[in-house]
Design a protein around this ligand. Structure first.
Ligand code: HAM
Length: 423
């Protein structure tokens, strides 16, 4: 039988070292920003009952076209999460935490059956936060600022913040009606897709990127011009807070976002270092009705999710946030057959020194080559003579200090001093 050679599925990828270390380092930076701001870590399941995600709105592509939904073995319908907000709000409703606002951060893979291209995958990673239980505009400011400061912490400078308010129950219905009337007046000129979208949710038509819709969208009434006094005041307070922090933003009155739960403040972070089509490196907003639609008490909420894969592409384009160094501190070259290397690497690793070694009883020359390729600044060489004298030879792989003989017992301490002379 012919052997099958498997490959990762379309739209998914293996992330190998050192890219994977860079990914983890990014999550560590995010975790620290979130910790500093009082957010607790939430780890929720990767799959949920389908109904949890159906609340995101069936006029959105994420729900109607892209969801990995399937029948479980017991006949129930489940889905791989396409995003985490619905899961986190489901968890909030389920556990009903007493202390509000409840602030949570997360990281992990999401799944959407999209057409794969650079920066758009079927399995991709997000980091994000959600806050439930307060509609204080200062929370909106804290949330947006956390995202902004995170990009700064990565060393990114080509990120812009787009801000909008989508109104709420007090003003959205009247705006919807005005928008719908306008779009119906231009129905024949809309693309076929937008004509279909109009039937489900007029607001989503504003999200169309089709050329034939551009002119009509440009003339459409804008939510920001139809906000109720209360919503307008909330939005003004959010803007004032961002200004107080010196965080630059651009009002983007046609910013709709790809999910239906948004109310009031919505925002997107765009990288000017990336191609237009995939330049959104993060986004979020308020979703004051979501908890209730998931069976909870009416509870305001706000959050964001940032796309890790895309942020790293933007970092590449900006030459920011390089992969961390993964070379070992020391490489053990064993000329006795390998048994010494078992002991030495164990001693070194227990002393907190990253130690790698050669295998397969190879020649000194071959082992030195691997040591060199490993990037380790130090090599420990051990042969029969060293074993007899309870010493090892320590070689400086990059610097000037050449090689010295060190007592085996003193190896870990000597190396630690050389690796960290400042201590
Ligand atoms: P979203 O805009 O759908 O929002 O996704 C947030 C970010 O995830 C995007 O800006 C992008 O960077 C990344 N992303 C989305 N789809 C893909 C993909 N197929 N491949 C690579 N990256 C992708 C949400 O997910 C909301 N849950 C955000 C939120 C949280 N709103 C309130 N709280």
């Amino acid at each position: 039988m012919a052997k099958t050679k498997f490959q990762a599925l379309r739209g998914t990828r293996d992330i190998l070292s050192p890219d994977s270390e860079r990914h983890r380092a990014l999550v560590d930076v995010f975790a620290e920003e979130a910790r500093l701001a009082g957010y607790g870590h939430i780890m929720s399941p990767i799959f949920e009952e389908l109904g949890v995600f159906q609340r995101l709105g069936d006029s959105t592509d994420v729900v109607s076209k892209e969801m990995y939904a399937f029948e479980d073995r017991d006949g129930s319908m489940i889905a791989l999460r396409p995003e985490l907000t619905a899961s986190v709000v489901r968890a909030f409703v389920q556990h009903n935490p007493a202390a509000l606002p409840w602030k949570a951060w997360y990281e992990g893979p999401q799944f959407r059956h999209e057409k794969p291209q650079a920066g758009r995958y079927r399995q991709f990673s997000q980091v994000g936060i959600e806050v439930l239980g307060s509609d204080d505009p200062h929370i909106d400011v804290e949330v947006v600022a956390l995202g902004w400061r995170f990009y700064q912490a990565l060393g990114m400078s080509q990120v812009s913040l787009l801000l909008n308010s989508l109104g709420d129950a007090s003003c959205r219905p009247a705006y919807h009606a005005a928008l719908e009337t306008y779009l119906r007046d231009h129905f024949d000129d809309l693309s076929e897709q937008s004509q279909a979208t109009l039937e489900k949710n007029p607001l989503r038509v504003l999200d169309s990127k089709r050329r034939e819709d551009a002119g009509i969208i440009a003339g459409a009434p804008l939510m920001v011009d139809h906000l109720s006094a209360e919503t307008a005041e909330h939005f003004a307070a959010v803007r004032a807070g961002l200004e107080a922090l010196g965080i630059p933003y651009e009002i983007s009155p046609r910013l709709v976002r790809g999910l239906d739960y948004y109310t009031r403040t919505t925002f997107e972070f765009a990288s000017t270092a990336l191609d237009n089509a995939q330049n959104a490196v993060g986004g979020g907003g308020r979703y004051d009705g979501l908890a209730e639609s998931l069976g909870g008490k009416p509870t305001p909420g706000i959050g964001f999710a940032l796309g890790v894969d895309r942020i790293l592409l933007a970092c590449d384009a900006e030459e920011a946030f390089p992969a961390p160094r993964t070379a070992p501190d020391v490489f053990v070259v064993d000329l006795t057959g390998g048994a010494e290397a078992i002991l030495l690497t164990d001693i070194l690793r227990r002393a907190g020194i990253a130690a790698d070694r050669g295998f397969d009883g190879r020649s000194m020359k071959a082992q030195m080559k691997v040591a060199d390729r490993s990037g380790a600044p130090w090599a420990v060489i051990v042969g029969e003579d060293e074993v007899a004298n309870a010493t090892v030879t320590l070689r400086d792989m990059h610097g000037e200090s050449g090689q010295t003989s060190v007592a085996r017992d003193a190896l870990a301490a000597t190396l630690n001093t050389r690796l960290h002379p400042e201590n």
